[in-house]
Design a protein. Structure first.
Length: 189
């Protein structure tokens, strides 16, 4: 191993950080590197998906595993603005006890459930572009998400809830204004 020498200014050189080996045994490269996995240049290696995985490549699998289901930037922006207006809410909570779905913001006394839907995952009519790889899987996946959204809306409406859905690309200030006005109006009822 090569020894690191101090720079001409008497400062030690910056440390190079490597990501750890992931569970599939794929070694990632240096942080912020666009080179990708260390073995990507070796075209003789083939990647096999772990059992039960639908991923078409190791890079695809890593990318998908990194997607958040809560605390996304649009959701955090909305929460921050709503909280600044004095409203308090539950985060990632089930509106109905037996429902396996969670709302991004939940106002139980007012019976208002707020969802911030990602353009890709929920099929935004303005921004959704179907992936070219594995199109059958994605058509079924996104279609299922959209159907589940409609089912959630119907079930909550049947129990007296008001559902507010926003796209991730919408202005958070406009969304927050709508949430504050709606919750305030429902509390006065």
């Amino acid at each position: 191993m090569k020894e690191l020498k101090p720079s001409s200014h008497g400062q030690p050189p910056p440390q190079v950080s490597l990501r750890s080996v992931d569970t599939e045994g794929l070694r990632a490269g240096p942080r912020n590197s666009s080179a990708g996995p260390a073995h990507a240049a070796d075209s003789t290696e083939t990647w096999e998906a772990p059992e039960g995985s639908w991923a078409s490549s190791a890079a695809n699998r890593r990318s998908m595993r990194g997607n958040r289901s809560r605390d996304t930037k649009p959701e955090l922006a909305l929460r921050r603005l709503v909280h600044a207006q004095g409203l308090r809410y539950r985060v990632a909570a089930k509106p109905l006890p037996k429902m396996r779905r969670t709302a991004d913001l939940l106002f139980r006394p007012a019976k208002v459930a707020v969802f911030v839907d990602g353009c890709f995952w929920h099929g935004c009519p303005e921004h959704f572009v179907p992936p070219k790889t594995n199109p059958g899987y994605w058509e079924q996946k996104i279609g299922g998400n959209m159907q589940r959204d409609h089912d959630t809306d119907a079930r909550l409406a049947g129990e007296g809830w008001l559902v507010l859905r926003f796209w991730a690309h919408q202005d958070p200030e406009e969304c927050a204004k709508t949430v504050v006005q709606t919750v305030s109006a429902r509390r006065k009822l």
